[in-house]
Design a protein around this ligand. Structure first.
Ligand code: FAD
Length: 543
């Protein structure tokens, strides 16, 4: 305690310090005097002396009367070097005047001031002081002294600045990125996004494009989504095709996602560590690359489809011929059977002749069967029905123009993928569109309109292709799916009555359903449904 009233202090200051100590702590805070009397004065003094925060007591002009041990540790000044000096000795002089003005304006109104100043230690190093100054009042309620308490917060400030700088750096990198990025919390609320993401909002017309993409990805990935959500590696380059709405064209986006965990920052979570899950979703617009690819692909597709068309027409011609030959052969076979049952020995030579004709006929059929070309097998992949329909329509564009057909294309903005053979599915759609155009031509209808739409229904992808032609009578709606049945008189070529047989076969190979809508009155509408990829993972596509 000897430090409190050292001999070297000027007389006036020494007297003030003695006054300060003599009445004990009561004079510092009269309101608490009753309570403090139970504690010896020496304990109060020792508490201040040993408190782990730099404490100084000054007179009204900020001349230092007392410092504790922590003050010496922080500032480097011993009591003998600083007592009697003004607190301004600590000032680095780079603190703006306005701060001091504010400080004095506050404390001289008997209020507590708290703020940060740049101080300089005795050895000359700067440090950031987090300072609180409280005025001390005498019995008349006038300011008698000030108590200052400060901590060196340089490190904390450094860490905070580092965090801020990193945040700014991350934000600049995110904003400079040509890829849209968004971070969502576990309730799918957006906690961070970048400029490219904000651009998506206006380009796609969705208030929150992230939610739209999440929905599309979840539809596309099904149960896989929740499996991946539990794994940090997430998913990469899942392509989402977004159909153009209004004048906006079709867009392709490649989406990647990573889930990460963040430790809770609330005081509640200080001891019991709680963490929150976040998803970083990146959305890359790959429409340009995709449309260039599509153009190139279209050229190849045209060639491929004309070859397939050729093969199909040979198949149908041969199958038609076999069908034609099969009928008389069946009749010959029936005649031979009757003759055998009657044991008709008179007509034995006729029976032998018929048997020879039958054997030749079967040989011919076998030869023809061997000549029927196989439709080439194609790989089973994840396909987007909107894309296939779009391609088929592009391949038909000249035909539509030549036949004065208007096509109304109403795709679902986003469709889950379907597992299947792109070639076969294209053949299916081509067949149905060809049928529609032919039907409208035959009926000579004036308004030639084809509506093609897609939709989703739970785990199913639905396609509706309708035309404004004459329609198919109710009693023929099942028959049209039978081989060689045609509503058109002349057989041959594309009208051989095998198109819908093939269509039904392709649909059933994909685990789907095709039917003629009985409710549709303005022509003919085919409804086709396919299980989405997630739903059909167990279905194997086979011939
Ligand atoms: P000064 O000439 O001292 O003052 C600058 C301005 O402050 C003046 O223009 C005036 O507006 C105001 N001012 C100064 N003295 C008074 C007064 N008595 N009454 C009303 N207004 C006044 N400063 C630090 O830099 N670091 C510290 O750690 C620090 N601790 C302090 C602890 C206490 C308990 C108190 C009371 C003050 C403390 N100060 C501290 C403030 C210090 O006293 C100086 O005001 C400040 O350092 C500016 O010093 P200066 O020499 O640049 O300007």
């Amino acid at each position: 305690m000897s430090k409190i009233t050292p001999d070297f202090l000027p007389d006036q200051i020494a007297a003030e310090v003695a006054d300060l100590i003599a009445p004990g702590i009561d004079s510092l805070n009269p309101e608490r005097s009753d309570n403090s009397k139970t504690v010896p004065l020496s304990l109060f003094v020792a508490s201040v002396e040993q408190a782990p925060i730099a404490i100084s007591i000054t007179d009204k002009k900020a001349n230092i009367l007392y410092i504790n041990n922590a003050f010496t540790q922080v500032t480097g000044y011993l009591a003998a070097e600083i007592l009697g000096q003004n607190e301004s000795k600590l000032s680095d002089k780079c603190t703006p005047r306005q701060v001091y003005y504010d400080l004095w304006h506050t404390i001289s109104r008997k209020q507590v001031w708290h703020g940060q100043l740049v101080n300089r230690r005795k050895q000359g190093q700067r440090y950031l002081a987090d300072l609180t100054i409280a005025p001390m009042l005498d019995e008349q309620g006038a300011i008698s002294h000030y108590i200052g308490m400060h901590r060196d917060v340089t490190q904390a400030h450094y860490a905070e600045q580092q965090v801020n700088n990193q945040k700014q750096l991350i934000e600049s990198v995110l904003n400079a990125s040509p890829v849209a990025m968004v971070v969502l919390d576990s309730a799918n609320s957006i906690v961070l996004d970048n400029q490219m993401y904000k651009m998506l909002i206006s380009e796609l017309g969705y208030a929150e494009p992230a939610l739209f993409f999440l929905d599309a990805l979840q539809q596309d990935m099904g149960d896989l989504w929740s499996t991946l959500a539990a794994q940090p590696q997430g998913f990469v380059n899942r392509e989402i095709r977004v159909e153009g709405i209004g004048r906006r064209g079709t867009r392709w986006f490649s989406c990647s996602g990573n889930w990460f965990c963040e430790n809770g920052t609330d005081a509640d979570n200080f001891f019991s560590r709680q963490s929150s899950n976040y998803l970083l979703l990146t959305i890359n617009d790959i429409s340009l690359q995709r449309s260039q690819q599509e153009k190139l692909q279209l050229h190849t597709l045209r060639q491929l489809m004309s070859e397939e068309e050729h093969i199909r027409s040979i198949r149908e011609t041969l199958l038609g011929a076999m069908h034609q030959i099969r009928q008389p052969l069946n009749q010959i076979s029936a005649a031979i059977q009757i003759m055998s049952q009657r044991n008709d020995s008179q007509n034995q030579s006729l029976k032998d002749l018929l048997s020879q004709v039958q054997a030749r006929g079967e040989e011919t059929l076998e030869t023809l069967r061997r000549c029927v070309p196989e439709i080439p097998e194609t790989a089973v992949t994840s396909v987007n029905i909107n894309q296939l329909l779009h391609e088929t329509m592009l391949l038909h564009s000249q035909k539509f123009l030549a036949n004065g057909v208007v096509v109304d294309w109403l795709p679902n903005p986003v469709l889950p993928s379907v597992l299947g053979s792109a070639n076969k599915l294209r053949m299916l759609f081509k067949q149905l569109i060809d049928n529609a155009v032919n039907a409208m031509n035959r009926a000579g209808v004036n308004e030639r309109l084809i509506n093609i739409s897609t939709s989703t229904d739970h785990d199913w992808v639905r396609v509706a292709i309708s035309d404004s032609g004459p329609g198919i009578p109710a009693n023929q709606r099942q028959k049209v799916f039978e081989p060689f049945f045609t509503t058109h008189q002349s057989l041959g070529g594309a009208q051989a009555g095998m198109g819908l047989v093939m269509a039904r076969e392709i649909v059933s190979q994909h685990g789907g359903i095709i039917e003629i809508d009985p409710e549709y009155k303005n022509g003919c509408r085919f409804n086709i449904s396919f299980p989405s990829q997630q739903h059909s993972l167990g279905v194997s596509i086979h011939e």
